[in-house]
Design a protein around this ligand. Structure first.
Ligand SMILES: [Fe+2]
Ligand SMILES: [Fe+2]
Length: 154
């Protein structure tokens, strides 16, 4: 049943986009500093937009089912930690010395598993159709990152 997995599949798609931005940035490291700066900006905007979508469009409305998920504050705290990590990466990038983003990748990988493996399937299973459609509409209202990035650069 397709509509039963709609939030999960939408957010998996969004996670895959973030993963691509991470890979693109990682590949540019130590090669081309201009490309690395551009890839970093795309990643940072992408992550901020993704976290915003989750917090404003999903987490805020995820407490409507009978069996509530109580890990939301933890997930929000992890968003803050990842934004700090991104800020550190920005500082490291500015030094032009080589560094690794493997700690960040491991951290975001674990966070993603909680969302894809627990939270989103739970919401798809427990919210009723109109609650789900409400969240999906909120997700779709938020413009894609790349569009936002391009607008800023026009
Ligand atoms: Fe998240
Ligand atoms: Fe996420």
């Amino acid at each position: 049943m397709k509509s039963d997995t709609k939030i999960t599949s939408l957010m998996i798609k969004s996670h895959q986009q973030i993963e691509q931005l991470i890979n693109q940035f990682e590949k540019s490291l130590g090669r081309d500093s201009k490309l690395a700066d551009k890839s970093f900006l795309e990643l940072r905007i992408g992550l901020e937009q993704h976290f915003l979508t989750e917090e404003k469009a999903i987490f805020a409305f995820s407490q409507q089912g009978n069996d509530k998920y109580n890990g939301i504050p933890n997930l929000i705290q992890q968003h803050g930690i990842m934004l700090e990590m991104i800020n550190n990466i920005k500082n490291q990038l500015a030094t032009k010395k080589s560094f690794s983003i493997s700690e960040f990748k491991t951290y975001i990988g674990k966070h993603r598993m909680i969302e894809e493996g627990i939270l989103y399937p739970k919401l798809d299973a427990e919210l009723n159709e109109s609650q789900k459609q409400f969240i999906i509409k909120k997700i779709e209202e938020i413009p894609s990152l790349t569009e936002k990035y391009q607008d800023e650069n026009d």
